[in-house]
Write a protein that binds this ligand. Structure first.
Ligand code: UD1
Ligand code: UDP
Length: 362
């Protein structure tokens, strides 16, 4: 079967790699489609090199824009590709605009649409990703859930049992596959950091970074955390940073490559973030994580992992950091975060394609 595997933004490259590889190992004609949502060297090229991800078979060149502009550009270009290739299946990962756009196009082209990372819910409609997740799930045939809470969400929303597969977490497949190489990345040495002697910050949610006054309050709180902090700054955030001063303990650096960023996380004493993927990776690594948001779509990182969702109140951030530094949380690794999620997804998708009687117009 021909399977179009879609990736467009930083976390997508990390999630698609194990799925693409596993499909190829099973003999599928798996093609990598890059939507072009992320394009900087540090948001794009470095991941292809670090992960050994092959060059995209198709590049849609969508680039940045408003939500509607970006989503529409991906849809228009992907529709042409789908008309040309007539894929048996479209695989989308995560919750970015590229995920939504390609799921919609795939569904209308009557391809089997598989959503990897289905069922996560923050229940916060103010997050663009929540809209993307809900709609992508709704138009997908196969829903690959990373955790039991995601399965429960899908059941509660009325999805059919035979659509839902508890597959585990593909981001953790990639983490385990690259951890040894990451530990040799030299990132700590380059920045004069010692294992256990620093914290890591990432911030890129619009609700945290788009308003300079809110961002300044967050940075002020980070300035009161008693630890040197290294902060690889996302381009969305960099655009806002010119008007905001940095506290002395906080070192802003360019977005890190994958191996460098995993190295930073693995040896950190504490991570402070609003990223989805970083909540998961810190749980798998057993590194304490404070999530600077009011909610999470990944509650298993709290119930089983090392994550605490503490909101954005500056006093709360400072207090929570002090408590966690004194008494780090214990962790358990969630079920099926075992490095084999991509293989389970490929098996289920191949079985679905093999068993299905579909009469597709040619
Ligand atoms: C997107 C996703 C978000 C995900 C994040 C991962 C959506 C709605 N958001 O957010 O869910 O967590 O990626 O990192 O899909 N830019 C550059 N260079 C790049 C890419 C972006 O400078 O290579 C700048 C542009 O000014 C752009 C802005 O960043 O307008 C935002 O990029 P966009 O892809 O729209 O959203 P992200 O904030 O990156
Ligand atoms: N990441 C990275 N370099 C960075 C920050 C993050 O390689 O400077 C990786 C991180 O290890 C994780 C993924 O990017 O695998 C998370 O992506 P991001 O935080 O951009 O998006 P989200 O997960 O919030 O959608």
């Amino acid at each position: 079967p021909t399977v179009l595997c879609v990736a467009g933004a930083r976390p997508n490259f990390i999630k698609i790699k194990p799925v693409l590889d596993a499909l190829e190992r099973r003999g599928a004609d798996a093609r990598l489609v890059h939507t072009g949502q992320h394009y900087d060297e540090s948001m794009n090229d470095v991941f292809f090199r670090d992960l050994g991800l092959r060059a995209p078979d198709h590049h849609l060149g969508a680039g940045s824009g408003s939500h509607a502009e970006q989503t529409a550009r991906v849809m228009t270009a992907f529709e042409k590709l789908v008309d040309e290739v007539r894929p048996d299946a479209v695989v989308v990962v995560g919750d970015v605009n590229s995920t939504l756009a390609c799921a919609l196009v795939g569904a209308k082209a009557e391809a089997v649409v598989a959503h990897v990372e289905a069922g996560l819910r923050s229940r916060d409609w103010g997050m663009p990703e929540e809209v993307n997740r809900m709609v992508a799930d709704r138009v997908s045939d196969l829903l690959f859930a990373p955790s039991p809470d995601a399965v429960e969400n899908l059941r509660a929303e009325g999805y059919h049992e035979d659509q839902i597969v508890l597959a585990g977490n593909v981001m953790i497949d990639t983490l385990y596959a690259n951890l040894d190489r990451a530990l040799g990345s030299g990132m700590l040495h380059r920045h004069g950091l010692t294992p256990g002697g620093y914290g890591v910050v990432t911030l890129h949610r619009p609700s945290n970074v788009d308003d300079p006054a809110h961002l300044a309050r967050l940075l002020d709180a980070l300035g009161q955390v008693e630890l040197p902090l290294i902060w690889p700054v996302h381009p969305r955030t960099a655009a806002k940073l010119e008007s905001v001063g940095l506290p002395a303990n906080l070192t802003a650096v360019a977005p890190a490559g994958y191996l460098d960023f995993v190295a930073l996380q693995a040896s950190a004493r504490l991570v402070l973030t609003d990223s989805g993927g970083v909540q998961e990776e810190t749980t798998a690594l057993g590194v304490p994580c404070l999530t600077l948001r009011e909610n999470t779509e990944r509650p298993i990182t709290v119930s089983e992992g090392t994550n605490l969702v503490i909101g954005t109140d500056p006093r709360r951030i400072v207090t929570a950091a002090g408590l966690v530094l004194a008494d780090p949380p214990a962790k358990r690794t969630p079920v099926l975060w075992d490095g084999h999620a991509g293989a389970r997804i490929a098996d289920a998708l191949m079985a679905h394609l093999g068993s299905e009687v579909r009469h597709r117009p040619t």
